[in-house]
Write a protein that binds this ligand. Sequence first.
Ligand code: NAP
Ligand code: GLV
Length: 315
Amino acid sequence: MSAFVFVLPTWPTDVWKNAMTKVAPDLDVRIWPNHLGRIEEIKYAAAWLPPANVMKSFPNLKLICSLGAGVDAILGDPTLPTDVPIVRVNTADLTNRMSEYIVLHVLMHHRQQRRLDANQKSKIWDSFPTHAASALNVGIMGMGVMGADAAVKLTMLGFNVLGWSRTRKSIPNVKCFAGQELDAFLGQTDILISLLPATAETDGIINRALIQKLSHKGPFGAPIFINAGRGRQQVEADLVTCLNNGELYAATLDVFNKEPLPEASPLWAHPKVTLTPHAAADSDPETICRYVHQQIMRFENGEALDNLVNRTRGY
Ligand code: NAP
Ligand code: GLV
């Protein structure tokens, strides 16, 4: 007898249970914390933002599936069982939606859509000069599944695309930097995008010192920052300072140090900030459940798991 459990403190569990039951009618689906049944029977868990100590409460757990691409919340549990493999979600749908978000916001800044919106509101007919996509260098920090896909799509629109990751990538028409080459990457970047995971190494990486290394040679005279990775990567007080003093031209922020973003944050009403509520990319429950079920089947058949998390790297 083996059972599967959803640990979803912030998501509607009935929607997920229905989706999994549709995808895998024979799977015994339990819900934490109120519909656990005999806890010894739980072999598989799927989680988003699980509270600490929950995973260790399943004594026979064999596999953890992260329902997000980022696994920082799962790895942040100090009592997480050390011998249980963790796979993270990675579906074409999730990746496409992230690339949509990145392309949307790069184009929004490039085509100065917020200026056009303000002009329309004030009935101002101002057809200001524009520039070609090729006038902008777009630099992506984090060239994994999502960064690489967004990079390719941006090149198709004519942007000059640069990427930075821990290990060097080779992607047609993308200038790839690795590790210690960060400063060289930053110096050529007009629009900086973070698609990094949250790890000890990336915490606070987007700070004033880093922003000062970005290119000022682009058409806006100052760099633009887009964060769809994790909020822990940005020092929010530094972002506000740089937006106020002109070291940053504008920012699009989807992720924050604290979510939901507290009402008192100056980012909410900052005229140079476009803000979205950690909504850059998600996927529908059925698509994700199909992926999770595939991983369970792989595990049961002794096959290699997809997108296995490396606990030492933290992603
Ligand atoms: P991934 O495939 O694991 O890619 C992570 C990338 O970051 C890799 O290229 C990795 O380098 C690089 N990296 C990690 N640590 C680094 C460091 N210290 N220095 C330089 N590069 C480093 O992850 P993914 O699927 O693309 O997802 C990326 C992140 O997006 C997730 O972790 C999550 O936080 C975020 N996300 C956000 C949303 C949203 O709605 N806002 C949705 C989905 C995901 P290597 O390739 O060399 O290992
Ligand atoms: C969302 O933030 C994810 O990590 O998938």
